[in-house]
Design a protein around this ligand. Sequence first.
Ligand SMILES: NC(=O)c1ccc[n+]([C@@H]2O[C@H](COP(=O)([O-])OP(=O)(O)OC[C@H]3O[C@@H](n4cnc5c(N)ncnc54)[C@H](OP(=O)(O)O)[C@@H]3O)[C@@H](O)[C@H]2O)c1
Length: 482
Amino acid sequence: MRFNLAIVASALSGSRVSSFVPPHLRSPSSSSSFSSASSSVLHASADSDTVTLGIFGGGTVGGGIVEILTKKRSHFKLLTGKDIVVRKICVRDATKSRDFELPDGCEIVTSYDDILDDETIDYAVEVMGGTTDAKDVVMSALRKGKSVVTANKALIAKDLAEIEGVLASLGAEDAGAQFRYEAAVCGGIPIIRSMQGDFVGANVKLMSGIINGCTNFMLTAMDRDGKSYEDALSQASDLGYAEADPTLDVGGFDARSKLKILMRLAYGMDVDEDEISCRGITELTKIDFEYAKTLGGTIKLLGVAALNDDGSKVSAFVSPCYVTNADPLSSVSGATNAIEVVSDNLVSSIYIGQGAGRYPTANSCVNDIVSLARGDSTPLPFNPKSDMKFANNYESVFFLRLNYRDMVGITRQVGEICERHGVSIHSILQNPRAKDQESAFAIVTEKVEYASILKVLADIEGLDWCRGKPFYMPVLRDDWQS
Ligand SMILES: NC(=O)c1ccc[n+]([C@@H]2O[C@H](COP(=O)([O-])OP(=O)(O)OC[C@H]3O[C@@H](n4cnc5c(N)ncnc54)[C@H](OP(=O)(O)O)[C@@H]3O)[C@@H](O)[C@H]2O)c1
């Protein structure tokens, strides 16, 4: 394999709605569990070739959805045969001025029930964020038979199994309420759709990607423009690339949520997010970029999941990684996202695009809405489950950076520790530094187990000359030297 990674090693609440017919398939003769008073409204909706939306959230993404739906309304009518109408938008503060025009007849509301209990509303679009109220809204909408479109990766990563359970309890496999979430992973890149539909006859061997725009923007600023970590973060926040809590970005947690969702789609596995090793970019220093440059590459925060050689286990991590300048991921700069999917049939497919922002994200939500209006249905929005096992160990070449106090015998000690744990050293790099504070050397290992690297680092950290925590990162490809 040309890649460097190889693995080593509900009881649901809510009533069951039988013989549910989704809004886009309803006809005057369709049986429905709704009351007769509301049935007449529902039928009127179906008869008039209209689908109606309630949107939870009128912020960056919600506003973008409204704008696109308004601008392309007649086009969507031709595409779907339905007039797509935004009936209500639920926000926290109804008095706040909005940066988009409210469509004719659209109400701003502040109570979730104004949408959830409105049986004339066919689809609930959740773009308010969070995992508590948003969860209630999504679950409740599904139970009420409304198809849901959401951009909320945090919610899906946390409650994927429960969402699936609710869909199953609704008889979703018989064309019940649909669940769509294209915008939840990499904003505008159609990766969910691809993972649902384009790899059905293939075995995915590896997915690796830049799946957090904020950190990629920061790493680009640190590498290309020589910015400090703090300056890069503040610029990313100013430009709206950072989450409200930037720890989710810089700690790698946002990328891990997306990776978990992608792993379910690619491998059918429901891995607990906490099992995925997650290291963000907070330990990176300028010196790491200097060494990466010396080696002919750069550093990217990647989410990686790889199938082992016998196809029985998948390993995954989120970590800064060394990538060579020849790697397609190395040139993906700024807030752009990119995912490479390596499969037996297609070999390498790379998806590059805008991972966030008003219009890229709203574009994905609108694609979902239009697809629903057209009558597309997916009985298993997360693909079928499998019994694939998760392995938290993998093999890779590693880059280690060790900050040191000058002493005799440092390289001998490092060599002995590596030998003890079966880690073979490929090369040692040391830039002569003017200031003692910045003294650091780097080691590139041969391909070794991740578990062995952790043992090496633990031993080195205990030595007198070692200053601070040693830094490490995997090298993405086997052929990194070619
Ligand atoms: N922005 C992106 O680039 C992007 C990319 C991919 C995915 N997403 C996801 O899309 C979702 C929305 O993001 P966003 O950037 O649009 O957020 P945002 O600009 O902060 O907008 C959130 C909207 O939801 C409303 N809201 C929040 N909490 C509410 C509550 N408890 N009750 C009623 N309304 C509430 C807010 O109302 P007020 O306006 O009255 O405060 C606001 O209109 C999140 O799940 C996010 O992770 C965003």
